[in-house]
Design a binder for this molecule. Structure first.
Ligand code: NIG
Ligand code: FE
Length: 410
């Protein structure tokens, strides 16, 4: 048997409470026993039962948390869109750039032209950066090919990267990410095409189907029909909603029993109420709202007040949120969403796992895989406060150390 004992954790966040308001749990001066990759015991260091002997790792008072869970990324793509910085400086909006054939569509051109190896190489680099910043479980969406065949290729590449690890990947099928040039001005025809050529091939490749439900892209009615078709294939559903305007996607998400509704920058308290009741997690992407600079931040407190789960995701993508680090957003979630340190931690661990329907992730409890982060600080408020620096010292998956950031080891 393979046993590792982590000792002298200044604070250990277990995040193992019940429900959105209560998930945050912390132990001081803690120890944790990992056997064959799973948590076997955790508690106060002074209570560590003597029968556990094995390799001891003394973290000397450091903060330890579950590996972060990023419930929303588009990290599989080719190229970058740094040229858009100048266009935005000249006053062009995200939707104007997209409607002029740029934005998502320019990444689509580059992704269609990229070989499997190029895409694997570029995406692997982003995944390993995300991992070194503390993300152990993350969603990766397809969505930058926009043909049935090409989107299936992207999902197969995501499956390959998932197998490589050490990260855990949840694959999402986002064929309905934008209207491709071949269907310009005919969004409904494109969705009919996807429903017949794409959705039937998804079982086994993706668990969840997503759509960009937004005024000017895919309407609420078209999104409903498309996601209902996905459900008939046994797939779960989620949506991008209200990223740029309130389009009523929140009530649609609730009525479909969606796993999550993401962005929610313009979502109303009534829609949040319906989502909370339906068990649809609100995945808030505060970096995107700020990056697009439209002056609107999701009213995450309304979702919390309604009793729902609120996850914070990176939305890592080449246009509206060029990053791969969820932990770098923690101070901004605190500041922009007016989250307490406890709410920030819940949003990047347990709530993310709830959004991805992965109950084994985002918490540390007896029996779950030992995925955890050792931080370069000794108390949990610090990573919700200190910005722009990777405070992650080490990342463990299945009880094995899989990343070390040497710069942070004093
Ligand atoms: O979540 N809104 C749609 N998709 C992404 C942006 C993708 C891109 O700009 O390349 C988002 O913001
Ligand atoms: Fe997104």
């Amino acid at each position: 048997m393979d046993r590792v004992i982590i000792r002298h954790m200044g604070e250990l966040l277990t995040m193992d409470g019940v429900g959105p308001r209560d998930a945050f749990r912390a132990l001081m001066d803690a120890a944790m026993v990992v056997e064959d990759g799973h948590v076997r015991w955790l508690g106060l260091d002074q209570d560590l039962p003597v029968e556990y002997d094995g390799l001891e790792v003394d973290v000397e008072g450091a903060l330890v948390s579950p590996g972060l869970v990023d419930a929303h990324t588009h990290l599989l793509y080719a190229g970058d869109r740094s040229y858009e910085v100048r266009m935005r400086a000249e006053g062009r909006t995200y939707l104007e750039i997209l409607q002029a054939g740029g934005g998502i569509l320019s990444t689509v051109q580059k992704t269609r032209n990229a070989s499997d190896d190029e895409l694997l190489w570029e995406t692997r680099k982003r995944l390993s950066r995300a991992f070194s910043a503390g993300t152990t479980t993350l969603e990766v969406k397809s969505g930058y090919d926009l043909t049935a065949k090409g989107e299936l290729r992207l999902l197969k590449l995501i499956a390959r990267l998932a197998q490589e690890g050490p990260w855990r990947v949840a694959a999402t099928a986002l064929g309905a990410h934008a209207v491709p040039p071949e269907f310009q001005g005919r969004p409904d025809d494109f969705l009919v095409y996807l429903a017949s050529e794409y959705l039937p091939h998804l079982p086994g490749l993706a668990e969840v189907v997503d759509i960009f439900c937004e005024p000017g892209v895919f309407s609420v009615e078209s999104s409903r029909a498309y996601l209902q078709a996905a459900k008939r294939h046994g797939l779960r559903v989620k949506l991008h909603i209200d990223e740029l305007a309130d389009g009523g996607g929140g009530t649609l998400a609730a009525s479909l029993g969606a796993d999550s509704a993401d962005h929610c920058a313009f979502t109303t308290p009534e829609s949040f109420g319906a989502m909370a009741e339906a068990g649809t997690v609100a995945v808030i992407l505060p970096g995107t709202a700020r990056y697009l600079n439209h002056g609107h931040m999701a009213d995450a407190r309304a979702m919390l007040a309604a009793g729902g789960w609120v996850a914070v995701g990176s939305d890592g993508n080449p246009g509206s949120s060029p990053t791969d680090s969820l932990s770098s957003l923690m101070p901004w979630a605190a500041s922009w969403l007016r989250f307490t340190p406890e709410e920030v931690w819940t949003s990047v661990t347990r709530a993310g796992a709830e959004a991805l329907r992965r109950p084994q992730s985002g918490r540390l409890a007896v029996g779950v895989p030992a995925d955890f982060v050792v931080w370069d600080c000794d108390h949990y408020a610090f990573p919700t406060y200190y910005y722009g620096t990777n405070l992650v010292r080490e990342v463990y998956v299945d009880g094995r150390r899989a990343a070390v950031n040497h710069s942070s080891v004093l």
